[in-house]
Design a protein around this ligand. Structure first.
Ligand SMILES: Cc1cc2nc3c(=O)[nH]c(=O)nc-3n(C[C@H](O)[C@H](O)[C@H](O)COP(=O)(O)OP(=O)(O)OC[C@H]3O[C@@H](n4cnc5c(N)ncnc54)[C@H](O)[C@@H]3O)c2cc1C
Length: 453
């Protein structure tokens, strides 16, 4: 099948690399590409919608196997809430198909523009991690093309080793072609949301801990540039899907409505430097002040509550041509001092982060490289050209490692390989499985080469 030469980045728009791109339309086509990659092409890596922030779904000089044409929902059992879909089906597609029958995705990241394959490979988490765990925990099985092109059906019971190496394995164990996912029952498509504005980091952590006991979904958006007594001030939104009886009469007629709107776009040429420490400080402060001190029972749409950034297509362009770096860590419960310290370090550096999100994770799953573990997770995104960003992130790594934490492989763009080894104690097991599955190194990405995964 034909391929084209493309230059790709992740969502952060840094570290571009050039590769051959193929878009197989069937398992058979994908298998034959794995068996006989085009002459001259190096290592192969799967790619979904390219929403990982980093170099995970690209392979310099290699072959990128996209799931863009493997995007059919094969079946949807509306009685049991079980979807069988090809790996390139997006979470938005699953929502649009499932909601009319009262089914929502079990876990949604902050964008619904991710594929089922990408959601398994990064074992993504959402605002309900404390009660629902991460995505792979809701996957009943997947079909995987191994590096040699052989297809296997993998279940958590039948082959836990391969299942949990692939969940969170960043595409390095094979190409997922299809998955069976258990959906979540909802009565309506509206979320009943309570909002609390907190004064500082202590109150933020206390409210988050309290809300984990009361709500299925909760997260804090934090003003990362606030200092002194306002350090870590945040707006916490928490909620659950509304029951039918909780909707006002006019909305009860169509309680499961879901209309992903036509989205605004950001122009291709965005003035460089517009997102800087001054503009982001003002934006963060305005956002914080605009939030109510306390608001209860507000009905929000799925888009408003789960995916506010999806409202602007290509919002990643606002950072200008330099792109941006995401940094997300988790540290165990008990390491609250490290969370506070990280806020102090970032605000002292005046490193502007437009989207700063703090949340508590529940139990992790057995994924060898899965990111979530019980504790505090903080995600920040910084314009890549922020002065002093490299040394700041190196210091944050050290803080995280000292407290037994780790950074997220779907977002990291710069952690030194020896530091990552300290963060992921099961990396040697993962490498062993990879070496057995793929002795001639068919699969690799820029990420796997950078970090020696
Ligand atoms: C605005 C925004 C918000 C986000 N919020 C969250 C969040 O709240 N929680 C969270 O966990 N993540 C979050 N993410 C990250 C995102 O969910 C993950 O990076 C996800 O993996 C992206 O899916 P994708 O289909 O775009 O995959 P890609 O980015 O294309 O690929 C990601 C990885 O999956 C592998 N892969 C893709 N398809 C397959 C396949 N068929 N078989 C095997 N491997 C495959 C790739 O090789 C790569 O290693 C967010 C990203 C954005 C842009």
């Amino acid at each position: 099948m034909s391929t084209s030469t493309v230059t790709l980045t992740g969502w952060g728009r840094i570290a571009p690399s050039t590769a051959e791109l193929a878009e197989p339309a069937s398992d058979r086509e994908a298998a034959s590409l794995l068996r006989r990659p085009p002459a001259g092409a190096g290592a192969v890596i799967p790619r979904g919608l390219g929403r990982s922030y980093n170099d995970a779904a690209q392979s310099a000089g290699g072959l990128v196997l996209s799931t863009a044409r493997l995007n059919r929902i094969v079946s949807l059992d509306t009685a049991a809430g079980i979807a069988v879909c090809e790996a390139g089906v997006s979470l938005e597609q699953l929502m649009a198909a499932g909601l009319p029958a009262g089914w929502f995705v079990p876990v949604s990241p902050g964008t619904r523009q991710v594929t089922v394959g990408g959601a398994i490979a990064a074992d993504v988490h959402g605002k309900n991690h404390h009660v629902a765990g991460s995505f792979a925990g809701h996957v009943l099985s997947f079909d995987l093309l191994l590096p040699g092109g052989e297809q296997v059906t993998v279940t958590p019971r039948g082959d836990p080793g391969l299942f949990w190496a692939t969940a969170g394995g960043m595409g390095l164990t094979g190409f997922i072609t299809r998955a069976t996912v258990r959906l979540k029952r909802v009565e309506t498509s509206l979320v009943k949301v309570d909002t609390v504005r907190t004064a500082d980091i202590d109150e933020t952590m206390a409210v988050l801990a309290e809300h984990d006991k009361k709500y299925g979904y909760t997260v804090a958006w934090s003003d990362n540039l606030a200092t002194g007594r306002s350090l870590g001030r945040s707006v916490i939104t928490s909620g659950d899907f509304a029951a039918l009886a909780e909707l006002p009469p006019r909305r009860q007629a169509d309680p499961l409505a879901f209309a992903p709107r036509a989205r605004l776009g950001v122009p291709d040429v965005f003035p460089p430097g517009l997102m800087n420490r001054y503009s982001i400080r003002l934006a963060n402060a305005a956002w914080y002040r605009k939030a109510p001190r306390l608001r209860e029972g507000e009905l929000q749409t799925i888009g408003q509550f789960f995916h506010p950034l999806d409202g602007i297509r290509n919002w990643n362009r606002v950072y200008g041509p330099g792109g941006f770096r995401q940094y997300q860590y988790v540290v165990p419960f008990g390491a609250e001092a490290a969370v506070r310290r990280s806020f102090e370090m970032v605000s002292a550096h005046r490193a502007p982060s437009f989207v700063t999100v703090l949340k508590r994770f529940g139990e992790g799953d057995p994924g060898l490289l899965s990111f979530p573990a019980p504790g505090w997770t903080l995600a920040l995104d910084f314009p890549a050209r922020t002065p002093g960003l490299g040394p700041l992130l190196d210091q944050l790594d050290q803080l995280v490692v000292r407290h037994g934490g780790r950074v997220y492989l779907a977002k990291d763009s710069r952690v030194p390989a020896p530091v990552l080894e300290e963060m992921y104690p099961r990396l040697p097991e993962f490498r062993k499985i990879r070496a057995e599955l793929d002795p001639s190194g068919v699969l690799a990405s820029d990420l796997s080469r950078r970090l020696g995964l």
